[in-house]
Design a protein around this ligand. Structure first.
Ligand code: GDP
Ligand code: MG
Length: 360
């Protein structure tokens, strides 16, 4: 839609040109000729006013694509060791070792491999991350690590996790955890997963299975290798140049600094000083920090970062859109806020939700 003219927009939306021009005047946009191309922000605003859905498609055409690290989410049955495994993986990072093992858990961390490759792990509840991002049609997760305890085997939430990954079209790497336990029976887990339709590698499929222990740390290097291999097969690449397309992974309110969000860039580069609309919030990127707390001037694809500068608290899964002025940011967030409120009222009207504070 970028570069569309008012005249074309009128045709597409079935509204008159004066009608669209009035919308622009109302939000303080300058109205030029109906044949002048308008910005993507204006297109989105008009679409919101006339009730049409638009999705920003960032074209990768002609842009240079560079390899990017995989973004990995851990899922599995309760008590099978997701948290323990994430902690153990976090500690394998060279950077974590250098910083004395002090790592903040802010929704994501990066494991730097001795080979120079790196893996980004999302440290959020897998289901929440996947469904929030899937709802917005933009899975930030590339690979799911399915954790299954070797002594407990496949359980209801194991199957749920498999279903989520399948629905989101995200490949799975299986980590059979707790292999240090005397009661561990990895072979049984393999058979169970196979009979649930997971096409395991040693059964002629392509789903890798790695035996690990989050307690003894055995097999963690193999798991990381498996993830890098999976990533290689997927040939993950992103455009570096141009406006960032990014997603919030976690958000929190810091007493001194205000709203803070952990986010991951999917494509492009996010820079300090840029105006952004995040869900229905807006702000100016004031500070960018990497997951070790180092201040950066920009954020690149697949590398999680934390930023300050939003006016309000966004939600996990919200998309981050770069706009070119404070006015645009303000107007887009207002428009989105109105649209969200309208949707919410409609849902209440239909009796689909009882309370406005719907949790996941
Ligand atoms: P989650 O609910 O999936 O996040 O599971 P947790 O990481 O909280 O682990 C549940 C319990 O299993 C805890 O008591 C852990 O100490 C234990 N646990 C996790 N991984 C292992 C492992 O590899 N071996 C053994 N023996 N215990 C483990
Ligand atoms: Mg846990």
């Amino acid at each position: 839609f970028e570069g569309m003219t008012i005249s074309e927009l009128a045709k597409r939306t079935g509204r008159s040109i004066p009608f669209l021009e009035e919308i622009l005047v109302n939000v303080g946009e300058e109205v030029g000729s109906e044949f002048d191309p308008v910005s993507i922000d204006v297109v989105e605003l008009i679409a919101m006013e006339v009730g049409v859905n638009v999705k920003r498609l960032h074209s990768n055409e002609g842009a240079e694509l560079l390899p990017r690290p995989p973004v990995v989410t851990v899922m599995g049955h309760v008590d099978h060791g997701k948290t323990s495994l994430l902690d153990a993986l976090c500690q394998t990072s060279v950077a974590a070792k250098e910083s004395g093992g002090i790592t903040q858990h802010l929704g994501a961390f990066v494991v730097d491999m001795p080979s120079g490759a790196s893996i980004t792990f999302l440290d959020t509840p897998g289901h929440a991350a996947l469904s929030a991002m899937r709802a917005r049609g933009a899975a930030v997760t590339d690979i799911v690590v399915l954790v299954v305890a070797a002594d407990d085997g496949v359980m209801p939430q194991t199957l749920e996790a498999m279903a989520h990954a399948k629905a989101a079209n995200v490949p799975v790497v299986v980590a059979v955890n707790k292999c240090d336990k005397p009661a561990a029976d990895p072979e049984r887990v393999r058979i169970q997963l196979g009979s649930e339709g997971l096409l395991l590698e040693d059964m002629g499929g392509d789903v890798q299975v790695v035996e690990v222990s989050a307690v003894t740390k055995a097999g963690l290097d193999k798991l990381e290798e498996a993830l890098l291999l999976q990533a290689e097969l997927m040939d993950l690449k992103a455009r570096i140049d141009g406006p960032a397309q990014a997603y919030v992974v976690e958000a929190r309110l810091d007493r001194g600094r205000g709203p803070m969000a952990t986010a991951i860039v999917k494509a492009g580069t996010l820079m300090c000083g840029q105006y952004v609309v995040v869900g229905a919030e807006w702000g100016k990127i004031r500070t960018i920090r990497d997951m070790l707390g180092k201040v950066k001037d920009k954020a690149l694809p697949s590398m999680p970062f934390e930023f300050e500068g939003l006016r309000g608290l966004p939600m996990a899964g919200d998309d981050i859109t770069v706009v070119n002025s404070e006015e645009r940011a303000r107007m887009l967030s207002e428009g989105r806020g109105k649209k969200l409120e309208k949707n919410r009222l409609e849902k209440i009207g239909e009796g689909r939700i009882e309370t406005p504070n719907e949790s996941e």
